[in-house]
Design a binder for this molecule. Structure first.
Ligand code: SF4
Ligand code: SF3
Length: 511
């Protein structure tokens, strides 16, 4: 059976997966995801805008993100649900986009993949009771538009509008997270694991973690974050639970090794789930839009009893276990969201003015399995001692256990949070540009980004919408960006692929 998917960074031969996904997605799953996307476009084209349809669009798009759902049965059920709400004869097949001329295909892909990322963030806000009418309406508008015959200029405008809407959506999620769980504050998190039963929670969903913490209170089961859940330790309403102990393992692509025979239950709240190995398949649980064949799925009632019982049955490690990050450190510091960083803005501004801080780097984005990502570790290690590094998302596991020291009491490595906390980095950059009375592009600030899946795409579109120039992007450029579209990005935004840390640092610091 054939398939076509080129939405993530690890796509086969840098062109597209056509037989089976490098991520492990089978051709029939990929084709079902295409069918679901086609149905969502039909729904956007003819259904009335209401909460039920909006939720179908958001959750449907989220389902098709890389490493979210590998379960044909649940995708088929979702397609049926969408079909029931389509009340006109509008037919659309996503394959017509894959077959377009390469520039139109490229622009429509940027919109569709970016929209998937926005859907993930909108989903997390919605489960906390937060929504924004402009964000919700854009799901209908963007899906309608990409099914039309539009010019490259019209599509380019829609690409930037996707970035604009994502900014609104990240702002909404920031509000949802902080109003619900408090303002993140700096906190040290251990990578060591205490003896006794434990649950590893991975993904991005704060509400799932909060509900699990409540359900495990006084049960003798400890909770450890994994991957993009690490920043949860910074939220007062989450870290108030003494049994939220620390962080297990590193970024998503190491899970098959790190979960091998682990004596704990593992709960996936979102991506990135990889094909589940036999050695731990009896202890993997999914919830929300994540599903994997034969794994127990926790439904909307969020009754985590099977997860808790499994953790108790497995019993955890017999003795405390020392574990480290990839550079050997066992302490990670989190909690430098925009409110914390801006609370010491005068210190940062003073240090920049006095020359104690010469440069600020944002080294952030996704991690991934392919070679070439050591670039980010090396970049941070080689960054001059009078620079500070802001970071976010799961790419930080390449260097977040390094002790980079401080400048005038400000830690040199500031973890701003999950990928959606790119919003924090943007807030900080805008405030600094106001303080220095210049544009963001004139600040001594450089963005060195790593991408993997579609949330990184919407963040990139937000940065382009804001007119941010000179972004360095790696480890490779998206396969869905055609040479002509790349030329536009290079001409207009001076976006560049990463080369080597040495070359890139030289170029940035001499600019
Ligand atoms: Fe290939 Fe990525 Fe699509 Fe998986 S998500 S099939 S690896 S392009
Ligand atoms: Fe990571 Fe999958 Fe992108 Fe939220 S968990 S950033 S890759």
């Amino acid at each position: 059976m054939n398939m076509f998917c080129f939405q993530c960074e690890q796509t086969a031969q840098g062109k597209g997966c056509t037989v089976q996904g490098v991520c492990g997605k089978k051709a029939d799953t990929s084709n079902l995801q295409d069918e679901l996307t086609s149905k969502l476009i039909e729904l956007a084209n003819c259904a009335e805008k209401n909460d039920i349809n909006t939720e179908l669009l958001i959750n449907g798009l989220f389902t098709t993100i890389t490493n979210v759902n590998f379960d044909d049965k649940s995708i088929k059920e979702f397609i049926e649900k969408v079909q029931k709400n389509i009340n006109c004869n509008s037919k659309f097949d996503i394959k017509t986009i894959w077959d377009c001329n390469e520039d139109i295909r490229s622009l429509k892909s940027l919109i569709l993949f970016g929209l998937k990322g926005v859907a993930a963030y909108a989903h997390h806000a919605k489960v906390l009771g937060y929504k924004d009418v402009d964000v919700d309406n854009f799901f209908y508008e963007a899906l309608q538009e990409i099914s039309k015959d539009l010019s490259a200029d019209e599509l380019l405008n829609l690409v930037l509008k996707t970035g604009e809407i994502n900014l609104k959506c990240m702002e909404l999620l920031d509000k949802a997270n902080t109003e619900t769980y408090g303002t993140p504050a700096p906190r040290k998190v251990t990578t060591n694991i205490e003896k006794g039963p434990f649950i590893i929670v991975t993904g991005h969903d704060l509400r799932d973690l909060s509900l699990l913490l409540e359900q495990t209170k006084d049960k003798g089961v400890n909770i450890y974050t994994h991957g993009e859940m690490l920043p949860c330790h910074a939220y007062p309403e989450l870290n108030k639970y003494p049994h939220l102990k620390g962080n297990f393992g590193t970024a998503w692509q190491n899970q098959q090794k790190e979960f091998d025979n682990v004596p704990a239950a593992i709960l996936f709240t979102t991506n990135c789930i990889m094909p589940v190995k036999d050695s731990y398949k009896d202890r993997v649980f999914t919830t929300s839009v994540v599903e994997y064949p034969d794994m127990v799925h926790i439904g909307e009632d969020k009754n985590f009893t099977p997860v808790i019982e499994k953790a108790i049955e497995l019993g955890g490690y017999k003795e405390d276990k020392k574990m480290t990050g990839i550079n050997g450190g066992d302490t990670l510091t989190v909690g430098f969201g925009h409110r914390t960083v801006l609370s010491v803005a005068d210190k940062v501004i003073e240090a920049v003015k006095s020359g104690d801080i010469k440069h600020i780097f944002l080294v952030g984005g996704c991690d991934g399995a392919r070679p070439g990502r050591n670039y980010y570790t090396d970049f941070v290690k080689q960054a001059p001692k009078d620079s500070i590094i802001l970071t976010l998302a799961c790419g930080k596991y390449r260097f977040n256990d390094l002790d980079l020291g401080e400048i005038n009491g400000i830690p040199r490595l500031l973890d701003m949070g999950q990928c959606n906390d790119a919003y924090s980095a943007i807030k900080v950059a805008v405030e600094l540009s106001k303080a220095f009375n210049c544009s963001v592009n004139e600040l001594p600030l450089s963005l060195v980004l790593s991408w993997y899946e579609q949330k990184a795409v919407c963040i990139l579109l937000t940065l382009l919408y804001l007119g941010i120039e000179n972004i360095k992007l790696g480890p490779t450029l998206p396969a869905f960006v055609s040479p002509n579209v790349l030329n536009i990005l290079v001409d207009k935004y001076k976006i560049k692929p990463v080369t080597t840390p040495k070359e890139d640092l030289k170029e940035i610091l001499n600019r």
